[in-house]
Each structure stands twice: as C-alpha cells, then as structure tokens.
Design a protein around this ligand. Structure first.
Ligand code: SAM
Length: 220
C-alpha cells in the first residue's frame, strides 16, 4: 500500500472537502504518517474515514476530527499547548508541528509509552508527555500553566474549571462536552477581562474523559 497516496486522498476527500482549509493544518495532516500510530495489523485502514481501536478500550480519533479540532485552535507556531488524552500520539504529533511546545497527558501507561516511541521516531522533541495514572489525579498540568491553547481529546460532562484556570488570557480551549454517547465540540476563548466566549461546533463521539472533573472510572 502506498501510504503517501492514501494520505493525500484522505486530506482531499475527508478534510478539505468537509471545509477544513487552514493551510498549516492541511500541511501537517499531509506530513504526519497516521499509519505509524495504529497497530501494524491495522496500518492498511489508517487513512480511512474513521476512529480506530488502539487497545485499552481507547481510539485514535477520526482524521477529520483531528483536523477540525486543530483548526479551531488557530495555532500560529508560537504557542504552548496542553493536550489532555494523548491516546496514540497522532493528534500530539500534528500539534507538535504547529506549536512551539506541546504538553500532553495520558492516564493509560501502555498507551503513553507507545505514543512516546512514535513521537520520538518522528523527532517530536518539543513534546512533554506526562502519565496521569494515579487514582484522583487532577485534570490538567498546573505546574506548566498558563497555556495558549488547550485541547481535550475525550468527552467531558462539563467544561472542567481547572482547565479554564490554566488557560492564558486570549487562549483557546477546544473540548467535546455532552453525555457518555454524544457530545458537542466547544471552542472557548478567554477574553482580556477574563470572561469566556463559547462557540459551538459539530456533534461528535469521544471516549470518556476520566477524573475528578470528568466521568467516574467505574461507570465504564
Ligand atoms: N487524539 C488521540 C489520538 O489521535 O490518538 C485520541 C485520544 S482518545 C480518543 C482519548 C484519550 O484520553 C484516551 O487515551 C484516554 O485514556 C485519555 N484520557 C481520558 N481521561 C483522561 C485524563 N483525565 N487524563 C489524561 N488522559 C485521559
């Protein structure tokens, strides 16, 4: 299989055709190989229009959703970005090509370790990865706050206040919010006076954000 051809087709048919056109985002989606972030047996499906299982009951997000969430962040290259939910590391790699530094947190150790290997193989050395696997770990990365952009790649019942506190003035938080089955993608911008502007984007389906300001682990 020619992965480069498959990737170009993915970008044209799944991403540009659905209205994601920011040139830097398109360039990153063309450059980052999605097939290295899935299990070898699934490499042939890596450029299909869907989320895929990555083990531990988790998924690598649909390419369109990765592109849309990245576009909503409006990164210019100077930002410090926090990502909650590293998963496979694919979205992390896209962020790493578009921002100055990426801080990514994952609660499932084997996924985090595999993601780190993939990120290192692509020389994404501007990515700091933290494993949040202890019971009751707070969501976010307080020591490194504030962040210019925060991306949550798991569905939350509500917007976690702890993340709004870690957002810089003028910063942007993108997060899926809803119930366990369906969510709305929200973009929240912190204004100069500290107030929040919320824009609602598309409907989506993410695995649950687990934690004190997310869902309780024993529900899943
Ligand atoms: N964007 C990722 C990718 O492309 O591979 C997909 C992420 S997956 C949909 C969501 C991830 O969030 C899962 O790996 C899950 O373990 C993680 N997660 C859920 N709650 C978390 C929390 N409180 N802190 C860190 N990671 C969390």
């Amino acid at each position: 299989m020619n992965f480069e051809v498959a990737r170009k087709k993915m970008v044209q048919e799944q991403i540009i055709a659905r209205g994601v056109t920011a040139p830097r985002v398109i360039d990153a989606m063309l450059r980052i190989p999605r097939h290295i972030f899935v299990q070898e047996a699934m490499a042939a499906q890596a450029y299909s229009d869907t989320a895929l299982p990555i083990g531990e009951k988790q998924t690598i997000s649909q390419p369109y959703m990765v592109a849309l969430m990245t576009e909503l962040l409006g990164l210019t290259g100077t930002e410090r970005v926090l990502e909650i939910g590293t998963g496979s590391g694919y979205q992390t790699a896209i962020l790493a090509t578009l921002a100055e530094r990426v801080f990514t947190a994952e609660r499932i150790r084997p996924l985090a370790l595999r993601a780190r290997k993939c990120l290192d193989s692509l020389r994404c050395f501007n990515v700091m990865l933290r494993i949040n696997d202890s019971e009751g770990s707070p969501i976010g990365w307080e020591d490194e706050a504030p962040f210019d952009a925060i991306l949550v790649t798991a569905g939350a019942p509500d917007v976690p206040h702890v993340l709004l506190d870690q957002l810089a003035i003028g910063g942007c938080l993108v997060i899926p919010v809803g119930d366990e089955v369906e969510q709305k993608l929200l973009k929240i911008v912190k204004q100069a006076d500290g107030s929040l502007e919320t824009i609602s984007s598309v409907g989506c389906r993410f695995v649950p954000l687990i934690g004190r300001q997310g869902w309780q682990m024993d529900r899943f």
